[in-house]
Design a protein. Structure first.
Length: 394
């Protein structure tokens, strides 16, 4: 008999009752060190007192009014994002997928209003992930996500990951946009090198294609800058944000330049919940904390420390791990075994990690993780790897 919850996930037999910082705790009090952070969501840790205060203060006032009215909390969040980034304007969503949908619509509207409505092709890299809506799966294009769902939304073209020659060959003055993650998350913590991201920006400038960056997973301080593209010194035309921006409360956003967003006038897009006071009160507090240069400097320092320890782990467990990738606190361990085996062994060591494509184990701890917790994480990873080694030998 089918489960009451539609069984689209293979869930671990674990349930968490509460959390504290980098720890997720079961009802019987067992503490798991959380290097998944709800898949890069709990950027400021579980039950962060600042966020609990922001949420509960708003919860006692008003939860929801709809976008028929002014929403000061939404205005504050949008202003904070505009002040901190390339963007001139922001649409607030409830998730990354919704942000991806709007980004795609915005690209199409831009070319429609430019009198070129046939210019719809968006070029992406293989391994991309933008969510599970019909538009987002068409954009990502992988067999796993699209099989069984009939004709896909047209207008996407994919080139092999990181293949700049293929990208150059695919992008022309008929291309509507290039849409990429500066660091692929689900694709296996694969960063686009800074010089290549600059070359992609230049290619867009040459052809007129819009540059859409998906920073749903790699944004909000995860790589040690507020947004990952800042490392390359470039700016997109449109950007999707979600996950970390809500610190665990469902929240996303599309950021855009005035030029890219010019067609998005009243009535062209909407959302009942998007930009509600609860989510935006939390998001504004998250922005205040993460955009502080001192906070980001700590992410870089801790990222370097974690990386250095992980290099040691790779050297000590060469049968299990092959290398470290990523930046800041968006790290991946390339595995010589199935990463799911290390995730499973991690459960036995009370450690939470997330597998990704390309045989990579993702490490996405809360950005507030401490040095001691990083040391503890590496010790637990080492013991998990020993379990995998022992199982292979048995
Ligand atoms: N884009 C990227 C890069 C993601 O990693 C994800 C989720 O993993 C999404 C979009 C979709 O976001 P959501 O699951 O919030 O809809």
């Amino acid at each position: 008999m089918i489960d009451a919850v539609l069984p689209t996930y293979n869930r671990a037999p674990l349930a968490f009752d509460r959390g504290e910082g980098a720890w997720a705790i079961t009802a019987d009090g067992t503490r798991y060190l959380d290097l998944g952070a709800g898949i890069a969501v709990n950027a400021l840790g579980h039950a962060n007192p600042d966020l609990v205060a922001a949420l509960t203060a708003q919860a006692g006032r008003i939860w929801h009014v709809s976008n028929l009215y002014q929403i000061p909390q939404q205005q504050a969040l949008a202003q904070a994002l505009v002040d901190a980034t390339f963007a001139d304007t922001v649409f607030v969503t409830n998730s990354g997928t919704e942000a991806a949908e709007l980004a795609i619509k915005m690209v199409r509207k831009y070319w429609h209003d430019a009198g070129d409505e046939g210019r719809i092709e968006i070029v992406t890299f293989e391994g991309a992930f933008h969510g599970r809506s019909t538009g987002a799966i068409a954009a990502a294009g992988s067999e796993k996500m699209t099989r069984g769902y009939g004709p896909l939304m047209p207008g996407f073209r994919q080139v092999p990951w990181g293949d700049m020659d293929a990208l150059r060959a695919a992008v022309s003055d008929r291309t509507a946009a290039v849409m990429v993650e500066p660091v692929q998350g689900e694709g296996g913590i694969r960063p686009i090198p800074d010089d290549e991201l600059r070359a992609i920006r230049a290619l867009c400038d040459e052809t007129g294609a819009l540059l859409v960056l998906d920073e749903v997973q790699c944004g909000m301080g995860r790589t040690g800058r507020l947004f990952a593209h800042e490392w390359a010194g470039i700016a997109p035309d449109i950007m999707m944000v979600a996950k970390g921006i809500g610190g665990g409360f469902p929240l996303g956003a599309v950021l855009a330049t005035e030029r890219a967003a010019a067609g998005m006038t009243a009535g062209t897009h909407g959302s009942t919940y998007g930009g509600n006071p609860l989510a935006c009160a939390v998001g504004t507090r998250v922005m205040e904390i993460i955009s502080d240069p001192a906070f980001l400097a700590e992410v870089n320092r801790k990222g370097a420390l974690f990386r250095q320890r992980l290099e040691g782990l790779v050297a000590a467990r060469p049968d299990v791990f092959e290398g470290v990738r990523g930046s800041g606190l968006m790290l991946g361990l390339k595995c010589r075994v199935a990463p799911g085996d290390v995730v499973q062994a991690g459960y036995a060591e009370h450690l939470l990690t997330v597998p990704a494509a390309d045989n990579v184990l993702r490490l996405l701890p809360p950005l507030t993780i401490t040095d001691d917790e990083i040391a503890e994480a590496v010790a637990r990873l080492d013991r998990a790897a020993a379990r995998v080694d022992a199982a292979a030998a048995a």
